[in-house]
Ligand binder design. Structure first.
Ligand code: ATP
Length: 300
């Protein structure tokens, strides 16, 4: 009998692994057509999106009983502003993004967008309002155009071209013999990590959501590419409510507002300079990362 259950169990594992990675959550939902753990309330209205004011109010959440990951998280992201979330590994940074996208519901507290509790509105409308640029982008074995327009089938050619320019992918496309019709993915053109991320950025621009979640790539990009991508992302996030999940501090130095998550709560908040002056967790993490960088450089 166990034999029978094993494949099912494996599917579950694959699915959980994918979800944990926060890999293109939109896509995975479509691909797997998952019976969501989270369902729409009968008669739930769509989210009435304004400018995208996001609030986490005393949010408690754990994936499993008896192990709380977010322990009363309160975070206010005013419409159009950018907040960088940093914190030790396992602090719950990706978890808060998953909750905003409503992969799970909080056990207590609430998350609101423009004053509406996200559990009161349809998931489709919620997800349409949020764009995600994940760490790793899943590309389909299809044309570049399909991959960029993905999620908005009605996107016009002009919109795709504009998004490509916004993501600084235009030169890359122009250099391809087949241009937008070039096939990508496993059976086609292989894109570099940076190029893939630009496809994700272009895709987000086509979607044009008021709210953005940027899950920074941890290490895959060389520093020049990373700098260029960060500049593109910062242009894209202008005027949109943006939550940047940063796994390294070097990428948030210039952020106006950095929120330090520790053990499921906001431990500190401020600009880089303010946080260094506090001599708390942030300055400790900064010192450690600097030391690591120096060691790595010395080893080269
Ligand atoms: P990192 O910077 O290392 O990516 P993070 O701050 O993003 O860390 P999360 O991914 O939010 O951390 O994870 C927070 C905690 O929740 C971790 O202890 C992790 O093991 C646990 N966790 C994450 N996903 C799941 C899951 N699907 N089921 C059970 N526990 C999970």
């Amino acid at each position: 009998l166990m034999q029978l259950f094993r494949p099912l169990d494996m599917l579950g594992t694959v699915y959980r692994t994918i979800r944990q990675g926060l890999t293109d959550m939109d896509e995975m939902f479509r691909l797997l057509d998952t019976p969501a753990e989270v369902t729409d309330r009968p008669g739930a209205p769509p989210l009435a999106v304004g400018r995208g004011h996001v609030r986490f109010e005393d949010v408690h959440f754990g994936y499993e009983d008896g192990r709380e990951i977010l322990k009363g998280l309160t975070l206010d992201v005013p419409a159009g502003q950018t907040v960088a979330v940093v914190g030790p590994s396992g602090a719950g940074k990706s978890t808060l993004a998953r909750l905003l996208f409503r992969f799970y519901d909080p056990q207590a507290g609430r998350i609101t967008i423009d004053g509406q509790d996200i559990t009161d509105v349809t998931q489709a409308s919620l997800r349409a309002a949020i764009g995600i640029v994940p760490q790793d982008t899943v590309l389909f074995n299809d044309t570049l155009k399909y991959n960029i327009a993905y999620g908005r089938d009605e996107a016009s050619e002009a919109e795709v071209v504009a998004a490509t320019r916004g993501a600084s992918l235009d030169r890359f496309v122009e250099a391809l013999p087949d241009g937008f019709e070039a096939r990508v993915g496993e059976r086609g053109l292989k894109l570099s990590g940076g190029e893939k991320q630009r496809v994700a950025i272009a895709r987000t621009l086509v979607k044009n959501p008021p709210i953005l979640i940027l899950d920074e790539a941890t290490s895959a990009l060389d520093s020049r590419t990373e700098e260029a991508i960060l500049a593109t992302l910062s242009a894209v996030s202008t005027g949109r409510t943006t939550i940047t999940i940063a796994h390294r501090l070097s990428t948030v130095v210039d952020a106006d507002r950095i929120v330090v998550l520790d053990d499921g709560r906001v431990a500190e908040e401020g600009s880089h300079a303010e946080l260094l002056r506090r001599n708390g967790l942030y300055s400790e993490m900064w010192a450690r990362q600097q030391a690591e960088r120096e060691m790595a450089e010395a080893a080269e």
